[in-house]
Each structure stands twice: as structure tokens, then as C-alpha cells.
Design a protein around this ligand. Structure first.
Ligand SMILES: O=C(CO)[C@H](O)[C@H](O)COP(=O)(O)O
Length: 227
């Protein structure tokens, strides 16, 4: 994980934004570099839709004009980080617990650019634990159904409830997160479909066919990938 690479990716992404755009702001440390670089450009008439309370706080502090998905349901460009960038720009996201709002904003966007440091680029998704957002009510019973689906995908490890020092992690929407240590996800499309069918699962961190471009930060500049 390289902060310099994240900075390079964030800055290159900020250069893609044009005055007057409605921009989706991602969540995480790479997205924070983007938000800072975007604010520094001082572009006119931007409206920004943040994907988390943390990003909203940062953007507000930097003087960016915020909007909501309700007020601006069509976003021109969203720029966001990822935990893994796989073949075809299939992604794992949700390490920062913002996957649901992120996916809502991505799906409302005409164009999405993922930004990441070079360590995030992988040949097969799944080394990073797959975040699964679950309704808090009865979450342990939902976890049992998640384990059954994972077993059907030859993933033996049950997903683990995400905890922080202060206890169970809650998302901005009040849900909990289970992290599935998949090892390797051989059929991301089928796994995504199967997880979505589980009652109690709100969203999962597989972002498939959503990224139009990836800007990968290097020590000396960036690399641009397309699906
Ligand atoms: O999906 C995310 C938050 O839910 C983040 O984009 C992802 O976790 C990458 O974070 P970072 O840029 O800090 O490595």
C-alpha cells in the first residue's frame, strides 16, 4: 500500500472532472486524495454527491458543494477507490464499509473511474475478504445462509462479522458487515447473484461491469486500464 501511488491516482482522476459536473465522491484513503485534489482545482458549478458521511465531512471542510442522490439522481462522473481491481475491471469494494451507498452512486453515474495503488491490481479476485452488508436484525441467521452460499462456491470459511475497537461496525445505514474470506472467487457473477438472493443481505462488495476505467497510481505517475 503506497500513499504516494494513491495520491498520484487521486490527482490524475481530479483532472478528469470538468466545470458544471455532478460528481460522485468515493470513500477511503485513495478517494480522499481525489477529493482534496478536486477541491484544490476550484472548478465552477460543481455539485458533489458523497458516498459516506466521512467523505461528506471531508468535502464540506474543503468547501465543495454537496448534493444528495435524491436531489441529483443523475451523476456525470463518479471516482472511487477499490480493495481489489481484477480482470475486466471487476472489483471488490467495501473495505471502508461504504459499499451500499457507493454502489447506489456508481449505478446512478454515466461514467465511473476506479482509482487505486498498484498493489490492488490482481489476477483473481478474492484474496481481500469480500464485504457483505447485512441488516442488523437477525444478522446471525443471515450469516448462516451466507455460509451455505459460500460453501456452494467451495468457500469453506464462514464470513466473519466486522468488529472494531468500539464493537460491531455499523454502516452509515445502520447495517452490519460480514467479511467473507474467499481466497479466490472463480465465478464472481454467480457469487454476486447468489448473495443478492439471500434475505437479509443488503449488498455485497462485488462491483462487476460498473467501472469504465481504472487509474492505477505508480511511484512515478499513473497507468490507465480499461475493461
Ligand atoms: O470501498 C471502499 C470503501 O467502502 C474503498 O474505496 C476501499 O476500501 C479502498 O480504500 P482505500 O483507498 O483506503 O484503500
Amino acid at each position: 500500500m503506497s500513499d504516494l501511488q494513491k495520491k498520484h491516482a487521486g490527482e490524475a482522476a481530479a483532472a478528469r472532472v470538468e466545470p458544471g459536473m455532478i460528481v460522485g465522491l468515493g470513500t477511503g484513503s485513495t478517494a480522499a486524495w481525489f477529493v482534496k485534489a478536486l477541491a484544490a482545482r476550484g472548478l465552477a458549478d460543481l455539485r458533489c454527491v458523497p458516498t459516506s458521511e466521512a467523505t461528506a465531512d471531508l468535502a464540506r471542510e474543503l468547501g465543495l458543494t454537496l448534493s444528495t442522490l435524491e436531489d441529483t439522481p443523475r451523476i456525470d462522473l463518479t471516482i472511487d477507490g477499490a480493495d481489489e481491481v481484477g480482470p475486466g475491471l471487476a472489483l471488490i469494494k467495501g473495505g471502508g464499509a461504504a459499499l451500499l451507498r457507493e454502489k447506489l452512486v456508481w449505478e446512478a453515474s454515466a461514467r465511473c473511474i476506479v482509482i487505486a495503488d498498484s498493489a490492488k491490481v490482481v489476477k483473481t479476485l478474492g484474496a481481500f475478504p469480500l464485504p457483505i452488508e447485512v441488516v442488523a436484525f437477525g444478522h446471525k441467521t443471515t450469516a448462516n445462509r451466507i455460509a451455505d452460499v459460500l460453501a456452494d462456491h467451495e468457500i469453506a470459511m464462514p464470513a466473519r462479522l466486522r468488529q472494531a475497537e468500539r464493537g460491531i461496525v455499523r454502516t452509515d445505514g445502520g447495517n452490519v458487515i460480514y467479511d467473507a474470506r474467499c481466497g479466490a472467487i472463480h465465478d464472481p457473477v454467480r457469487l454476486a447473484d447468489d448473495l443478492k438472493l439471500i434475505t437479509g443481505v443488503v449488498e455485497h462488495g462485488l462491483f462487476l461491469d460498473l467501472a469504465d476505467e481504472a487509474i492505477i497510481g505508480l511511484d512515478s505517475g499513473v497507468d490507465v486500464l480499461h475493461p
